[in-house]
Design a protein around this ligand. Structure first.
Ligand SMILES: Nc1ncnc2c1ncn2[C@@H]1O[C@H](COP(=O)(O)OP(=O)(O)O)[C@@H](O)[C@H]1O
Ligand SMILES: C=C(OP(=O)(O)O)C(=O)O
Ligand SMILES: [Mn+2]
Length: 557
């Protein structure tokens, strides 16, 4: 019955949506049967997730949820509808955007709505993507799980009461019926999972995966389309932080950190000395940098209060812990336990980080770009200074490793060339982004650094990543200017400039040639990696200027 007081949650159903009732009826929702809870309070989402979905409250107050079988993204099941408005824009040849026909999308969309109509409660969250009012879009999430609504409550920008009252029609809608599978006999389906975006309808449909990260990365794919095409702005898979305001009140210097999942965007942007703009998705606009999201999505594997205090302390009431094992006796999360997945996560509103700058906008052009990579071979130096041409080359190359668990089927760190450090989310050809990046970097004379947060050679390379404290010391040295003043030497083959000494970082760590005890094995591995770059970059051969090409590693003869 509609509008009936529900004793278990203390909230009524459809009254939440007010004047939107008609909208939902027209969209195919059975308003006599379902309760729509729009932008429901966090407490009520907690209650529903606990009662209906097996969630529990952890000792720190965060809600622990489980995403079921899928605990990472499913890139092989992510498709984009081939239709006249977007077909000439989408990057179809890169193996990232799989085409789907409009009819199949309609079938899956109907399937999602039919499933949602079988539910007692349907959760709607209306929010925004993009902090700059000039470039933001309204995103509506319609989901069968309270967990998914709370996740997007944390990850999107939360509207004020007034903005919600005057919300109107959304620009983009996500139908998340991830609890229900796709039909494998529907033409074009290759599994029971389907994640699909339709740019003509400005809609996304999710079937057969309850991994919440699909939604936030879906919104990112949409921004990666709209920002360059519609607004002429540059969307980037990056985190961003900013120095405290200067004495005269001028905005502090801005740093962008590019990097694929697991390379350290979230960890390294949470810096007690600096203001956090955001941890994952930004737009470099004509006036500065703004965050796309209203929250952060941190990896919690091996999380400790000592090493990552800001993130550790953001895990509290309102945050969502995803697939994290806990001790039933005291409900204390065990961040070292990877029994469910290595891709354990926490989603929290950005204001849970003490130094977050709200609104999440830096009104100053970036001074530094840090390209984070995670080299599984242990040959790339922990830091090198890139020339503008090298910056261009490495942005297109996007060399790093995939982190276990982030994508379905990845079980160990695997080397990858992930264009623009985020190939899975690119909707346009990479050169759209790389050209804009080059223009902006030249115009604003941005310094660029390549940082390897991955494996390091020799005595540091005993199966361990570059210790976090050294990476932090390197980043501090970028921010306080000491690194720029250091004495540099050449790292051959890759032709990189690397510092000889840096306060707080052992010299042998700075130079992998010194770190490796077996110099022949080292040279061999450097050569192999250079060869991999050459092979991977062949497909961009006609997109690179001779100077950019020459900036890549030169394979030893
Ligand atoms: N040197 C390092 N720099 C950054 N992160 C590191 C380093 N060594 C280990 N880590 C771990 O790697 C993970 C980085 O993940 P995260 O910051 O969430 O990456 P991203 O935001 O780019 O996906 C964290 O679990 C962090 O503790
Ligand atoms: C959430 C993801 O990435 P990141 O770790 O960069 O936030 C992802 O790749 O699914
Ligand atoms: Mn992250």
């Amino acid at each position: 019955m509609p509008g009936v007081h529900r004793a278990n949650t203390g909230v009524t159903g459809n009254e939440f949506i007010g004047k939107e009732v008609e909208y939902f009826s027209q969209a195919g929702f059975d308003m006599d049967k379902i309760h729509i809870k729009r932008n429901a309070p966090v407490a009520s989402l907690y209650e529903d997730a606990i009662i209906n979905e097996g969630a529990v409250i952890s000792s720190n107050g965060a809600l622990i949820n489980f995403s079921g079988k899928k605990t990472g993204r499913s890139p092989k099941d992510k498709r984009i509808v081939y239709e006249e408005t977007s077909k000439d824009h989408i990057w179809w040849s890169g193996g990232v955007n799989i085409a789907m026909d409009e009819h199949t999308f309609e079938i899956n969309r109907e399937r999602a709505i039919d499933y949602l109509n079988t539910r007692e409660n349907v959760y709607v969250f209306d929010g925004f993507a993009g902090w700059d009012p000039k470039y933001r879009i309204k995103v509506r999430v319609i989901a069968s799980r309270a967990y998914h609504a709370l996740f997007m409550h944390n990850m999107l920008i939360r509207p004020t009461a007034e903005e919600l009252e005057n919300y109107g029609e959304p620009d983009f809608i996500i139908y998340n019926a991830g609890q229900f599978p796709a039909n494998r006999f529907t033409t074009g389906m290759t599994s029971t999972t389907s994640v699909e975006v339709n740019f003509k309808r400005m809609e996304m449909v999710i079937l057969g995966t309850e991994y919440a990260g699909e939604m936030k990365k879906g919104v990112f794919s949409v921004m990666h389309y709209l920002q360059p095409i519609k607004f002429g702005q540059l969307s980037l898979h990056s985190s961003c932080n900013q120095a405290m305001p200067e004495a005269d009140g001028k905005e502090g210097d801005v740093t962008l950190f590019f990097g694929l999942s697991g390379t350290g965007k979230t960890t390294l942007s949470a810096d007690p000395q600096r203001l956090l703009i955001g941890d994952d998705e930004h737009v470099w606009s004509d006036t500065g940098v703004f965050n796309i999201e209203g929250g952060c999505y941190a990896k919690t594997i091996n999380l400790s209060a000592e090493k990552e205090p800001e993130i550790f302390n953001a895990i509290r009431y309102g945050s969502i812990l995803e697939n994290v094992v806990y001790n039933p006796a005291d409900r204390v999360p065990d961040y070292d336990d990877v029994a469910i997945t290595e891709n354990t996560r926490c989603a929290y509103p950005i204001e849970y980080i003490p130094n977050a700058k709200i609104p999440c906008i830096a009104e100053r052009q970036p001074s530094n770009i840090i390209m984070l990579c995670c080299d599984a071979f242990g040959v790339l130096p922990p830091v090198s200074k890139l020339t503008p041409e090298q910056a261009n080359y490495h942005f297109l190359a996007g060399y790093t490793s995939k982190t276990p668990g982030t994508e379905d089927g990845i079980t160990e760190p695997s080397p990858v060339f992930s264009t623009c450090y985020g190939a899975p989310f690119l909707t346009l050809h990479p050169t759209h982004y790389s050209k804009m990046l080059e223009e902006r970097m030249t115009k604003h004379q941005v310094d660029c650094w390549l940082i390897n947060t991955g494996w390091t050679g020799g005595k540091f390379g005993t199966g361990k990543r570059c210790p976090l404290k050294y990476t932090r010391a390197i980043i501090d040295a970028i921010h306080n200017g000491t690194l720029a003043k250091a004495e540099f030497q050449n790292f051959p083959v890759f032709n990189l400039s690397i510092p000889k000494h840096l306060e707080g970082v052992p010299d042998e760590l700075l130079n992998p040639a010194a770190a490796w005890s077996d110099s022949e094995a080292f040279k061999d591995q450097v050569g192999k990696l250079a060869g991999m770059f050459g092979t991977a970059m062949q497909k961009y051969s006609s997109d690179m200027t001779p100077a950019t090409k020459a900036a890549g590693p030169q394979v030893p003869q």
